[in-house]
Design a protein around this ligand. Sequence first.
Ligand code: AMP
Length: 398
Amino acid sequence: MNLDFAHKKTLVRVDFNVPLDSEYRITDDTRMRAALPTIRHILDQGGAVILMSHLGRPKKREDGTIDTGKFTLRHLVGHLSDLLGRPVQFAADLVGPEATRKAAALQAGEVLLLENTRFHDGETKGDRELAKQLADLADLYVNDAFGSAHRAHASTTTVAEFFDRNSKSFGYLMENEVKNAKRVLEHPERPLTAIIGGAKVSDKILLLERLIGFVDTLIVGGGMAYTFFKANGGRIGNSLVEDDRLELARDLLAKAKDRGVQLLLPQDSIVADSFSNDARRQESPSNQIADGWMGLDIGPQARQAFSEAIRSSKTILWNGPMGVFEMPNFAEGTKTIAEVVAKATQQGAFSLVGGGDSVAAVTQMGLADEVSFVSTGGGAMLEFLEGKELPGVKAMED
Ligand code: AMP
């Protein structure tokens, strides 16, 4: 953020997509708080801030209108003003005469919030005309919405084309996401271990393929592991499986072997006789699960083997839980991994948790502050780790 914001107007794309209750009260303001350092920095430097964000997924009704009452950013004005300790002006449209007038009148230290970007069809289409109208409101552009960076929308990507390199910048949040992901992807200290879990292999194919190309150790846990066991001829009972991915699983195992990547699967599991926290439980080798039983967590041997690999790593990437951690009886594996990652971090490893439910897991376990970086980027982080070029990142670097 090394732009000179003094006496300038800066258009800032933030992610204020916060959850609201039935009376439109904000139930979790984490995303708003996360954007404060960027906003405050600009204001402290004597700049004016024009904020834009999407909120929810407003869909057109049959008559072509949108439920603007539900999705208006007006719901956020009062709280934002409290957080910033100063008044926040509001423009009832993203662009158009009111936004233009209010933006033009904005003085140093003042804040204007524009209406929901998604009320305009052009937003998700990356429309140039809409982006130009937005760009015309300000002198500088800052993008702090990493969570939307994988979408080529008007407010996240196209608008950046109207600002040259010296008039646009990532905000602090986005800068951090990009910097930390690059630390893992581009110049990791080795050994580098990736821990991948979650429900489906199909959701993580691209990630697994990419990681096999450059990690030293790949740990695969969670429901997706059983597709690998079945692919190797194991018996997995009623565990989660994707029968159309068996070939792919075999292929990934072969690739790992070819490249000398240590691929660790959970040798044993905690199996249950139904998908319920109250189910009967027992330990079982993961490739010999009896009919009627399903693997819902990694077992004690797997916990130990995974922990050893993590402890000897210098860089750790974690995406996806080791079991059905939402059910306390099947959370032990995920909890152990979270604790070991935290411990390794304390001893000098760099750890990034991101791009899936593992973020919820470390937060739920109170360990979010004990790892090096917890990404809030969701799908955007997943795509970044998969090696895709994010349009919102590229537009700032062009
Ligand atoms: P993801 O969003 O891909 O990270 O997947 C997270 C989901 O995978 C969580 O809701 C977990 O409950 C689920 N999950 C993890 N392990 C298992 C398992 N062994 N069987 C079924 N679901 C699982």
